[in-house]
Design a protein around this ligand. Structure first.
Ligand code: ADP
Ligand code: ASP
Ligand code: MG
Length: 405
């Protein structure tokens, strides 16, 4: 008998009928003899609806109040799912994050899980009950409700699986696994049977939103076998695990992309030690995260410095940089928020040269200009004009023969 933590995302519980379907599935799993802890998201669209309501009342609601509001989405689903199970004659208890006591830090809207009290869950399982937990939420040490950031129910599920030492954490969603790239964009995308934590972490960080980044970090840290599967169709899905040295690795496992970035450049900065920190210090002070950074080699004793930020922070970053430019006596500040980042990811890259040049070659053949490049051991990312994003993803998918995986 196995202890399994399952998570059902927004679409999987999007209607009353879907919730009834999930209940049916859970009963089958229970009949197979498994202990079940189930994490659910808000019904699809609900979190966005709540955010829009908040926005109508207050353009900048306090994080604490926003969390009280957003956490209600998941609370509706846990109650409905338990009622559906009860209706089918199976006993289940629902718990909000704070009822379980999923203790988080106090960073509202982006809280991190610190500790989970597993007493109530274990007691319920012992009685043969299904336990249903609201995803995406917890409470801080003072009992304030917190939420974990968009997509946070994935992290709730993995953290619970780690705390309970579950045999597997299964993420049920609207695709039947992790694909070589977003199947909504490239129809030739292929489902991967297996992918390593490291690759999945890169894919998630680089824009594949099938799993929240934190959930993959957790799974990797606590070595929780994680599986992504469809709640609509049968199949084994994609297993995400530690790297197995015996397994032959594909050169490239996937292509990730995102349109959430913008780039800013400060031109003609007098070049002297400390300018990078003088430029980025004020940006960090405003809590703006910086992704890629490029500093050109100096000529005429001045240099240009470019970096990317989240698109929501674009205007703010430009304003800050304009002030910095005045202080440092730089020539001008320019920016572009119509950019996109495309990345190829694969642990196979470690032992193979030439991936970067094939990537650049492929983009050149499509006349796509690269404006920034960054690399790590297992990924290469480029920034391009947003309007060529889909073309670039398709061309790379084709060039690396990912449809044959
Ligand atoms: P849920 O509501 O179940 O949490 P999400 O919308 O958060 O579901 O995540 C599933 C979606 O992730 C898919 O519908 C798909 O469009 C998108 N996605 C992006 N990249 C990938 C990928 N590489 N593999 C699978 N799905 C991906
Ligand atoms: N309901 C939250 C969201 O839409 C959390 C989740 O679904 O994982 O982001
Ligand atoms: Mg999600």
């Amino acid at each position: 008998m196995a202890l399994i933590v399952q998570k059902y995302g927004g679409t999987s519980v999007g209607t009353v009928e879907r919730i009834q379907e999930v209940a049916k599935k859970l009963i089958q799993f229970q009949q197979q003899g498994h202990d079940l802890v189930v994490v659910v998201s808000a019904m699809s669209g609900e979190t966005n609806r709540l955010l829009a309501l908040a926005n109508e009342v207050n353009r900048h609601p306090r994080g604490r109040e926003l969390d009280v509001l957003l956490s209600t989405g998941e609370q509706v689903t846990i109650a409905l799912l338990c009622m559906a199970l009860e209706q089918a004659g199976v006993h289940a208890n629902s718990y909000t994050g704070s009822q379980v006591r999923i203790l988080t830090d106090n960073t509202h809207n982006k809280a991190r899980i610190m500790e989970i009290d597993d007493n109530k869950i274990r007691a319920d399982l012992k009685q043969g009950h299904i336990v249903v937990v609201a995803g995406f939420q917890g409470c801080d040490e003072h009992g304030n409700i917190t939420t974990l950031g968009r997509g946070g129910s994935d992290t709730t599920a993995v953290a619970l699986a780690a705390a309970l030492k579950a045999d597997e954490c299964q993420i049920y969603t609207d695709v039947d696994g992790v694909y070589t790239t977003d199947p909504r964009v490239v129809k030739e995308a292929r489902r991967l049977d297996q992918i390593t934590f490291e690759e999945m972490l890169e894919m998630a960080s680089l824009g594949a939103k099938v799993l929240q980044i934190r959930s993959v970090e957790f799974a990797s840290k606590y070595n929780v076998p994680l599986r992504v599967l469809s709640s609509f169709t049968e199949g084994g899905g994609t297993l995400i695990t530690a790297e197995d040295p015996k397994m032959e690795q594909a050169l490239i496992s996937g292509i990730a992309f995102n349109r959430d970035e913008a780039k800013v450049t400060i031109i003609g900065v007098p070049d002297h030690p400390g300018i990078a920190s003088q430029i980025l210090g004020p940006i960090a002070k405003e809590n703006i995260e910086v992704d890629m950074i490029i500093q050109n080699t100096a000529h005429d004793s001045t240099t240009d410095f470019t970096f990317t930020v989240h698109r929501n922070d674009y205007q703010n970053a430009l304003n800050i940089l304009q002030n910095t430019a005045k202080e440092l006596g730089a020539k001008e500040v320019i920016g572009d928020d119509n950019i996109a980042k495309v990345s190829v990811v694969g642990v196979g890259m470690r032992s193979h040269a030439g991936i970067a040049s094939s990537m650049f070659d492929t983009l050149a053949k499509e006349s796509i200009n690269i404006s920034m490049i960054s690399t790590s051991e297992i990924k290469i990312s480029v920034v391009i004009d947003e309007k060529y994003l889909e073309l670039a993803v398709r061309a790379l998918h084709d060039a690396f023969e990912l449809e044959k995986i």
